[in-house]
Design a protein around this ligand. Structure first.
Ligand code: CMP
Length: 482
């Protein structure tokens, strides 16, 4: 409260008191004369003159009582409370004091002026009125009593920072009134929380004279030393304004995250009401300290390991075994080591489970296969029944008939056990034929024999040498060979 206002108030108080005292004095001085005057004037209502004078006296004395109560209030709460206890008395307490003191004084004045009127009876006979009033003031009374219990508990006082309820209304307590707690949020809004709501909700209190803590978080890259980081940050935070010197800030690793070392700083504030500014200052100090100490903030990173699928001849462990496998296939026997290695590089490996079909009869096909591990059976269908024509094991090849002639697959190939096959395509074979034209001949023999076996199983006429020659020329045509 500023001085001119206090002066005005004091002046008003003294003038008002003087006027009222004068009025009371005059009323007492001219009491008899006034009554006589009233009686003469009121005719039939003359007996009421005493009551009118009594009421006038009651009014003036009540005004005086009000002024006395205000003076006492200012004296007790304005001076004694503030200077002795060090904080401002809550408005609610001041109001309760004023009302109780005023009611008691008016009661005393009333009974002294009208000793015959029984005030107690007046109150008890108005029970119904009381009930109606009670119902109408239910909420107000709820707030009032909740306010009183808050005052009695004193969980917080003016100047403390509180956070109320699930909606987390946060701000500095400015006033606790009959109806509500008034807080000033950090956006400088006034938030009113009714006392009865506050009594039901959890309230987080950051008392003014308490060392309240705050947490600030930051991340570094994994290569920055934790010991150095902790030391640098602690020193930087310690020196920031409003960070309490009484307790040293705590800097610790919160988590070894996916792409950073995650730290938290816990520090204590002198004035909790300024915690947002102080958090910001602490972050700023950390940034500069990092810069000077060559530390690095982390940001989300992900290391991608790009892995090229190894070529078949580079396969760890059995790359050489594949080259060896192909070299052992009879039709590839004439190839040089380089040619076999080239073929191995071009080959792709596939693994089939027992019972899985590697080739379906009738499908088009542009590659041949070598059995690397396991066994397959060559099957044909006859009148709806399956018949095995041959079983091929490691080192045997199949699929050459469709590849070299361009005709559809002649049989089903089914894995008998877990089987790994090496698939060789048209282009790789063409490169081999270009440098080894003799291969075509030996292949045409194999194909001829296999065709014979198939034809025999189907009870067809056996192929002769002429057909073998036909196969040879069709392979040459298909592969564009001379
Ligand atoms: P292709 O016709 O491309 O597909 C089915 C394969 O089964 C065929 O090539 C031959 O490689 C193989 N095949 C067909 N008949 C026999 C047989 N009698 N003996 C071994 N393998 C055969």
């Amino acid at each position: 409260m500023n001085r001119p206002r206090t002066k005005n108030k004091l002046a008003f108080f003294f003038v008002a008191t003087a006027v009222v005292v004068l009025a009371i004095y005059l009323l007492a001085r001219f009491d008899y004369a006034l009554r006589e005057l009233l009686r003469a004037q009121m005719g039939g209502l003359a007996p009421q003159a005493d009551t009118i004078v009594g009421v006038l006296r009651l009014i003036f004395l009540a005004i005086l009582a009000y002024l006395v109560v205000r003076a006492l209030n200012a004296l007790i709460f304005g001076l004694v409370f503030r200077f002795r206890r060090g904080f401002e008395a809550p408005t609610l307490v001041r109001n309760v004091f004023s009302i109780v003191a005023f009611t008691a004084l008016v009661f005393l004045i009333f009974t002294s002026i009208f000793p015959k009127v029984n005030l107690g009876a007046l109150f008890t006979t108005s029970a119904i009125f009381g009930v109606i009033l009670g119902l109408a003031l239910q909420d107000t009374l709820g707030n009032f009593f909740a306010g009183i219990s808050l005052q009695a508990d004193r969980p917080f006082q003016v100047g403390d920072v509180i956070t109320v309820g699930a909606q987390r209304h946060t701000g500095v307590v400015e006033e606790i009134t009959w109806r509500a707690i008034k807080i000033r949020s950090f956006s400088n809004h006034v938030v009113l929380i009714s006392n009865s709501t506050a009594a039901k909700e959890p309230i987080e209190v950051g008392p003014r004279n308490n060392l309240n803590a705050r947490h600030v978080f930051f991340n570094t890259i994994f290569t920055d030393s934790p010991a150095k980081t902790i030391h640098v940050v602690r020193e930087a935070v310690r020196e920031a304004d409003n960070v309490s010197q009484k307790i040293s800030p705590v800097v610790r690793i919160r988590n070894l995250g996916e792409s950073s070392v995650e730290y938290e700083v816990k520090y204590w504030l002198d004035d909790y009401a300024k915690h947002n500014d102080t958090d910001a200052l602490v972050r700023q100090r950390i940034w500069y300290a990092f810069r000077r100490a060559n530390l690095n903030f982390a940001y989300p990173t992900r290391t991608l390991l790009v892995q090229r699928k190894p070529r078949i001849d580079e396969r760890e462990g059995d790359g050489g075994a594949i080259v060896e496998r192909l070299a052992a296939v009879d039709i590839f026997a004439p190839l040089s080591t380089e040619e076999t290695t080239m073929l191995a590089q071009a080959a792709t490996s596939h693994v089939f489970a027992p019972g899985e079909t590697v080739i379906h009869a009738g499908d088009p096909g542009s590659s041949m296969f070598v059995v690397h591990n396991g066994r397959v059976s060559v099957q044909v269908s006859e009148n709806g029944r399956t018949r095995t024509v041959a079983t091929l094991s490691e080192g045997a090849f199949f699929g050459e008939m469709a590849l070299f002639t361009g005709e559809p697959r002649t049989a089903n190939i089914v894995a008998l056990e877990e089987t790994e096959v090496l698939e060789i395509g048209h282009d790789a074979m063409k490169r081999v034929f270009d440098t080894n034209p003799d291969l075509v001949e030996s292949l045409s023999h194999t194909i001829g024999e296999r065709r014979q076996a198939l034809a025999a199983s189907e009870d067809l006429s056996a192929t002769d040498g002429d057909e073998s020659a036909g196969i040879l020329s069709s392979i040459k045509r298909f592969f564009g060979l001379k």
